[in-house]
Design a protein around this ligand. Structure first.
Ligand code: PMV
Length: 296
């Protein structure tokens, strides 16, 4: 059986959300597809290669997903094949999407009868198994789909589309989070005020998204990017890209941890994303076919 689940984008509020402020996140119309087939042993096949259970390598999320699933439902073996449209290590939630889609495919193949909440709970455990820490936002959005204002988990919907610019620079979320924490320890009042400003941007951003107010969104992107730069998660390369976008009359901001990864833009970007996407679902096709086998 094949299941799929979406990637996500943080539209406003990254980093400040770590300190209890608001963030606006949404599932996006790029999906990860996972096929699970009963087998006598364990095989994992993706564009990273072919492995068995591989808890420390490229297939860590899938391996832990199988482990967590098999704690509740005994299985002899499974062959897992992955096709993903989501660029890895770029802040678009590819790890959570592959985790949730794997659990969705196992659930369908072994007729385990888990509902979305149970899939989310297992995906949350897998995130902690692999990363040690994590807010749970990515597996939540990937499981349920749609747009969310957190920490309240209030739903929003928006027809606005954005462009995505992939800097091609890999960044490690935990390192960026640590960098911000160090700055905050050194200059607590200063950084608290920046976090409060990001909070205000996120709240106004959620309203602008719901109203489709692109002019306001463009302004809020500029403000949020400047605040992210102020807390040290932009880079000279990112600043240059943002300046080029602004020269063309649009705006751009980091999405996710920064230091590299992807930028959202009100302009065209490398590709476009929509902010409405269904959460984890079982597909009605049993084998790969276009366009689901597009790889990035
Ligand atoms: O780049 P990502 O998708 O891992 O997002 C990180 C978002 C942070 O706010 C920087 C950290 C977090 O856990 O919320």
């Amino acid at each position: 059986m094949i299941a799929s689940s979406p990637g996500k984008a943080i539209i406003f509020g990254e980093h400040a959300v770590v300190y209890g402020r608001h963030a606006v996140v949404s599932a996006i119309n790029l999906r990860c597809y996972v096929k699970a087939e009963k087998s006598n042993d364990f095989r994992i096949i993706s564009h990273f290669g072919k492995t068995g259970l591989d808890f420390r390598g490229e297939h860590a999320y899938i391996s832990y997903a199988i482990k967590r699933f098999s704690e509740s439902f005994s299985i002899r073996g499974v062959r897992i094949e992955v096709r993903s449209q989501i660029p890895p290590a770029s802040g678009l939630g590819s790890s959570a999407a592959v985790t949730v889609a794997t659990l969705g495919a196992l659930n369908a193949e072994f007729e385990a009868g888990m509902d979305r909440e149970e899939i989310f709970e297992l995906a949350r455990k897998v995130e902690l198994d692999v990363q040690g820490i994590g807010s749970g936002t990515d597996p939540f959005v990937s499981t349920y789909g749609g747009g969310w204002i957190i920490p309240e988990k209030r739903k929003f919907s928006s027809n606005v589309e954005f462009g995505v610019i992939n800097t091609g620079i890999e960044s490690i979320t935990s390192e960026m989070v640590r960098k911000v924490r160090e700055l905050k320890e050194k200059y607590p009042e200063l950084v608290e005020r920046i976090m409060d400003s990001i909070d205000q941007v996120a709240l106004e951003g959620a309203r602008a998204l719901e109203n489709g107010d692109v002019t306001k969104l463009s302004l809020l992107f500029k403000i949020n990017q400047s605040l992210l730069r102020a807390i040290g998660v932009s880079t000279p390369e990112i600043d240059r890209i943002v300046a080029d976008v602004e020269l063309s009359g649009h705006s751009a901001k980091i999405t996710g941890a920064g230091g590299g990864g992807c930028l959202l833009t009100t302009g065209e970007g490398d590709f476009r994303i929509k902010l409405s996407a269904e959460g984890v679902r079982v597909e009605d096709f049993e084998d790969w076919r276009e366009p689901y086998n597009r790889q990035v």
